[in-house]
Design a protein around this ligand. Structure first.
Ligand code: ADE
Ligand code: ZN
Length: 336
């Protein structure tokens, strides 16, 4: 019997990720290590299932578990380590560029100064680039269910910090309970400062939520956006305006937005000419990785290897920082 291992051809496809939440990349093992280092007792039964994975049973419960786990991330060194571990894992799967959606709120809640918070993430980005040649950048995220005033405050702080690695602005959280229109001022502050803007919409609410997100200042990408498929006129508009959807198939299936991969609209959106990219969202919560999302797109969502390369090109074109040459002239580790 042959013991030869077969390597999937998807392994050789360069990958780029525009939709992943930095706090949501920390695995249960890493959260436990950080809690031990910071002398924090985790609410074991609330946070973990018996098999050691994060416990949650629907979207709002997921957001609660996410906030509890993020509470164990306390210091700049913690943020450096999370960033470095995530980018290193992505590089091992063939990723060349990742935008990390990071929330100043989660640092502030545990008493971490904003500048130190960003410095920790930046150190992780620099170390991962030096060791693996992967480029990381930061998207500053507001969380809509933390309230309008808080979101405007985060927008102002983001702009005041003017960190060179912060290239974009996003809004996550409870989409159905907190409509986008209330956050226009926060987006105006970010957009006027030149940050690229994206919004979570069309995940747990329908086409109207996507339209409201598109009406916000500066928005050129939508995080998820997959429920546009319920409205053919909106699909046409997305295609015509070249609005990029940052699609996270496993997140959608696991959170029940669609019952299975076979019901997922990635293929239909692509066929309609909507520019799409692939993301892992919150990988350990949903049992995925960016490499796995590319594999699944190939195996179950009708994407050829060439389609996957196009998806990466779309992501690099839609990136909020300069990604020129990242695929054709990859950086060699050590040439910083
Ligand atoms: N925060 C982290 N993951 C999220 C998601 N999938 N939707 C909205 N907010 C989030
Ligand atoms: Zn997300």
């Amino acid at each position: 019997m042959s013991t030869e291992l077969t390597v999937s051809p998807v392994a050789g496809v360069p990958k780029a990720e525009l939709h992943v939440h930095l706090e949501g990349t920390a695995t249960p093992d890493l959260i436990r290590r950080l809690a031990a280092r910071n002398g924090i007792a985790l609410p074991e039964e609330r946070l973990f299932r018996p098999d050691g994975t994060f416990a949650w049973n629907d979207f709002l419960h997921f957001l609660q578990s996410y906030d509890i786990a993020a509470g164990a991330i306390r210091t700049a060194q913690d943020y450096r380590d999370i960033t470095y571990e995530y980018l290193s894992a992505c590089a091992a799967e063939g990723a060349v560029y990742v935008e990390l959606i990071a929330s100043l709120d989660h640092g502030r809640k545990v008493g971490l100064d904003d500048a130190e918070h960003l410095a920790g993430i930046a150190q992780g980005i620099d170390d991962a680039y030096a060791d693996h040649g992967i480029v990381g950048r930061i998207i500053s995220s507001i969380v809509r269910n933390f309230g309008v005033a808080d979101c405007e405050d985060v927008a102002r702080r983001t702009v005041a910090l003017a960190h060179p690695y912060v290239v974009g602005f996003n809004m996550a959280g409870d989409e159905a309970g907190f409509p986008a229109g209330d956050y226009a001022r926060a987006f105006a502050i970010a957009a006027e400062a030149g940050l690229g803007c994206s919004v979570h919409a069309g995940e747990h609410a329908g086409p109207e939520s996507i339209r409201a997100a598109l009406a916000l200042p500066g928005v050129v990408r939508i995080s998820h956006g997959v429920r546009a498929i319920e409205d053919p006129a909106l699909v046409r508009e997305l295609a015509e305006r070249r609005i990029v959807l940052e699609v996270c198939p496993t997140s959608n299936v696991v959170l029940g937005v669609f019952p299975s991969y076979e019901d997922h609209p990635l293929g239909a959106l692509r066929a309609a000419g909507v520019p799409v990219t692939l993301g892992s969202d919150d990988p350990p919560y949903f049992g995925t990785t960016i490499g796995r999302e590319y594999e699944l797109a190939h195996e179950r969502l009708g994407c050829s290897l060439q389609d996957l390369r196009t998806i990466t090109e779309t992501a690099l074109d839609a990136a909020f920082s300069d990604t020129e040459g990242l695929v054709n002239q990859p950086h060699q580790p050590g040439d910083l």
